[in-house]
Design a protein around this ligand. Structure first.
Ligand SMILES: *[C@@H]1O[C@H](CO)[C@@H](O)[C@H](O)[C@H]1NC(C)=O
Ligand SMILES: *[C@@H]1O[C@H](CO)[C@@H](O)[C@H](O)[C@H]1NC(C)=O
Ligand SMILES: *[C@@H]1O[C@H](CO)[C@@H](O)[C@H](O)[C@H]1NC(C)=O
Ligand SMILES: *[C@@H]1O[C@H](CO)[C@@H](O)[C@H](O)[C@H]1NC(C)=O
Length: 492
């Protein structure tokens, strides 16, 4: 009976922190905005970890899909990219297709438990093209959710499908189906794309599973139409499918901290420190929870922070080659006496491991953000109108910086890649360019605050006035409901 049934939405991310966290944010968003029940599928170890980090008032249902990593040539109990060395990540990716029969069975059981009432829609990871057939066989509405920007993913998608760098001799080239993105430089390619020849395990997997999207019912992006138009244009043209920009969908800091690492500098201490600083005087430096830099880069960065004369907060992690979760040794990895001098002058605050990022970015004292430009950190900065100094390190971060710098004018790239050589004098110049009262700096601040307005407007939902991102999620579920009526009508 229609009145009694609550629509169920099934979510299934790839097993990596960078995928699970945006899906969790989406799950909480759907629960809160639409009141639907949400079923979240993942492998057992990831589910047990998630169980302890869901907010207590959430009714999201966590469902285990059986998976034994050692059956796939992976170390025991490794169900997540974060616990794997780089060369095994593609093996986990390829092993995901073995979940197909179990995925089908889980969906059939769900339908059975709901007395034949099918989930309204199944939303899967960008890497899970293989789920489309399963959904179609069961007559379910299928959508792909990308936690990346539209622009960033468009470059990534086009690169994998075309491997354009293999076809030219030059260091720069354009994308054959995405001319709007202008040129890409070879130094902007993530390692696996750079090395791809079309026959390697990454390329064979992604070329099939990404191009399978043409059979999905649509693509959702954690982004805002107004500043990510080119990316939306690319996928609408390429796939001839609906594309729904529904962002920014972010975790609140409460749910974030329970998933993140423990903090050593408390949020209160950090707030007091920021309160004592003038408006727009602090540079915030963090490379996300999964990245770090080399020892020599860390030295140069410290010299730049000291040399630029600005206040700063720096979230520090052990450099490449050391366990990223081990203790931070300032006297080994930073210039002699650096920590004491910064403490003494109260000019810099070093935060080991993890900081309450949203709180920092929303503080009036913060003026700019030196970031790896992962999309989640970027959205947090854009929401609060904070301009960026970009140091992309992996995946589609290179193209996020391209979007932010060339299209949006809210970012200056300061370094590129994990192994780049970079000098403190250059960074000092760029920090001053962005933070000082320069023409460029003022222009960036003006644009960043425009983008922050766009972001707020997109998520507006008051007195019947809905922003573009709220309308997009309504449109997604309307399309799913229409399709369900059609198939149920046909079957009865
Ligand atoms: C987003 O950023 C937070 C730090 O603010 C981090 O804990 C989390 O893992 C990030 N999520 C993704 C998807 O990278
Ligand atoms: C996923 O599983 C791994 C074990 O392979 C675990 O270490 C990790 O914390 C889990 N991640 C999440 C987000 O649950
Ligand atoms: C859970 O609590 C948070 C914080 O109080 C609130 O924002 C959210 O809407 C609540 N979610 C549900 C599903 O009630
Ligand atoms: C996804 O990739 C795997 C491994 O290459 C392949 O077996 C599978 O058919 C692909 N799925 C789709 C839908 O292309």
């Amino acid at each position: 009976m229609a009145a009694e049934r609550k629509e169920n939405v099934v979510l299934f991310p790839f097993m990596g922190q960078g995928h699970i966290i945006p899906f969790l944010a989406l799950a909480l968003h759907i629960e809160r905005e639409k009141g639907y029940s949400v079923t979240f599928i993942n492998t057992p170890l990831n589910i047990s970890k998630l169980r302890s980090s869901l907010p207590p008032n959430s009714s999201i249902r966590l469902l285990e899909i059986p998976f034994t990593s050692s059956d796939h040539g992976l170390p025991p109990n490794s169900e997540n990219t974060d616990v794997l060395p780089y060369h095994l990540v593609v093996r986990l990716l390829r092993a995901s297709t073995s979940l197909k029969p179990a995925f089908k069975k889980l969906l059939q059981d769900l339908i059975h438990q709901h007395h034949g009432h099918r989930p309204l829609c199944v939303i899967v990871d960008i890497f899970f093209g293989w789920t489309i057939n399963v959904a179609k066989e069961l007559g379910l509405f299928h959508a792909v959710f990308s936690g990346c920007s539209g622009f960033g993913l468009a470059c990534y998608y086009s690169l994998w499908l075309n491997l354009p760098h293999r076809k030219v001799d030059s260091l720069e080239f354009s994308l054959p189906d995405f001319e709007e993105a202008s040129t890409i430089h070879i130094s902007q390619l993530p390692k696996n794309i750079l090395e791809a020849d079309g026959k390697d395990p990454w390329a064979t997997y992604l070329q099939e599973n990404l191009s399978a999207w043409v059979d999905s019912d649509g693509i959702l992006f954690n982004t805002v139409e107004d500043f990510d138009r080119l990316g939306m244009l690319y996928f609408r043209r390429k796939l001839d499918r609906p594309v729904w920009p529904i962002g920014p969908v972010l975790l609140s800091s409460e749910s974030r901290s329970s998933i993140g690492k423990e903090t050593l500098v408390t949020p209160e201490l950090c707030r007091e420190w920021l309160n004592s600083k003038p408006t727009n005087s602090v540079l915030y430096v963090s490379f996300g929870s999964m990245n770090t830099i080399s020892t020599s880069q860390m030295m140069q960065l410290a010299l730049a922070l000291e040399g630029c004369g600005k206040n700063f907060i720096w979230v520090v992690r052990p450099p490449i080659g050391f366990d990223i979760n081990s203790e931070f040794k300032a006297n080994e990895w930073l210039p002699e006496g650096f920590e004491d001098r910064m403490k003494g002058s109260s000019r810099g605050l070093l935060i080991p491991k993890w900081a309450s990022q949203v709180e920092i970015l929303s503080h009036r004292a913060v003026s700019a953000f030196l970031s790896h430009c992962g999309w989640n950190s970027t959205l947090e900065a854009l929401s609060h109108g904070v301009p960026l100094l970009g140091w992309p390190m992996a995946a589609e971060q290179f193209f996020n910086v391209k979007l932010l710098e060339e299209e949006m004018g809210v970012c200056v790239e300061v370094a590129r890649g994990k192994s780049c050589e970079f000098r403190h004098e250059e960074l000092v110049g760029k920090i001053q360019l962005v933070m000082d009262d320069t023409e460029k700096g003022n222009e960036m601040r003006r644009k960043a605050s425009e983008v922050s307005e766009m972001t707020k407007n997109a998520m507006k939902n008051e007195n019947g006035v809905k922003g573009s991102s709220i309308r997009a999620i309504d449109n997604l579920f309307d399309a799913a409901a229409r399709q369900m009526e059609n198939t149920e009508g046909r079957q009865s």
